[in-house]
Design a protein around this ligand. Sequence first.
Ligand SMILES: Nc1nc2c(ncn2[C@@H]2O[C@H](COP(=O)(O)OP(=O)(O)OP(=O)(O)O)[C@@H](O)[C@H]2O)c(=O)[nH]1
Ligand SMILES: [Mg+2]
Length: 307
Amino acid sequence: MSSNSQTTRQESLYRSGYVAFIGRPNAGKSTLLNRLVGQKIAAVSDKPQTTRFKIQGIITSPEGQIVLVDTPGVHKPGYEMNRRMMATVQDALLGVDLVCLIRDASVSTGSGDKFVLELVQRSKKPALLLLNKIDKLKDKSALLPLIEWYRHEYEWRELIPISALRENVSDVLPKEMIKHLPAGEPIFGEDELTDQSVRTMVAEIVREKILQTTQEEIPYVTAVVTEKWEDVREDFTRIHCAIFVERPSQKKIVIGKGAARLKEIGIQARQDIESLLGHRCHLELFVKVEKDWRDKVQLLDEMGISG
Ligand SMILES: Nc1nc2c(ncn2[C@@H]2O[C@H](COP(=O)(O)OP(=O)(O)OP(=O)(O)O)[C@@H](O)[C@H]2O)c(=O)[nH]1
Ligand SMILES: [Mg+2]
């Protein structure tokens, strides 16, 4: 841990570095990323395993630059896709300057939480514990035993109760993170918010809408790829996205009766895509059946789900 004198001495320096968000699926990592960056760059849903690859969000301030690394929620891998997702988490832990363990404080501790904690312990990195979703706690004193338990498990730089849905996290957290980063030059340009391509972000917007409008296995068996992109005019883009599922019955569900569901997904996605691009777009969605895509190396590579 850095001593006070060190902190004071380095206060005038510009700092920069990488901060990983690690946690169980559904803990609120991507919600927090979007909130801190101030723009929606990661898909969010109430279904676990929403995030499938590393997403970087950039915060630049006069004091320094923080590159937030959002990762897939930690879970037991079944398919090649899930193995890659977990490799992403391990990789992120190795490559960052600071780790944020994000924990949903409104649910009780399970074996998954212990596993995530072990990952942080093994990393030996400076870490913050962020106890999220405190807005869901009727009785805030329920946090005390949780804080007590975590405190004995690791030498956290800070333990901070938060709600990723509330505006005020942006006032507190970046300042706290930046303190633990090394002195250094900005890593990205000052006006960049993410390292993702627009094509990837568009595919993720479509996938998010599918996750939000479908249930049960559909979120897990769905992938989206932006296949064609045509800038027809400066203020008008035509986009073609393929939606992959694994079986014809799933294709029927995604399309819906009289194509109603697919239409709804398209309407919702187009709104978000137009606000991302800053102009009108025409969005075409095609549903394709691709058996076992979650185990197909080449398809996963094309989808950007690399391990
Ligand atoms: N009430 C409440 N809900 C939250 C909060 N933060 C996130 N959520 C909700 O929790 C759900 C999961 O959020 P995500 O940001 O997708 O969670 P994640 O940790 O990125 O999940 P994976 O990508 O699956 O690992 C969404 O429905 C969010 O709206 C919070 O502070 N309070
Ligand atoms: Mg996520």
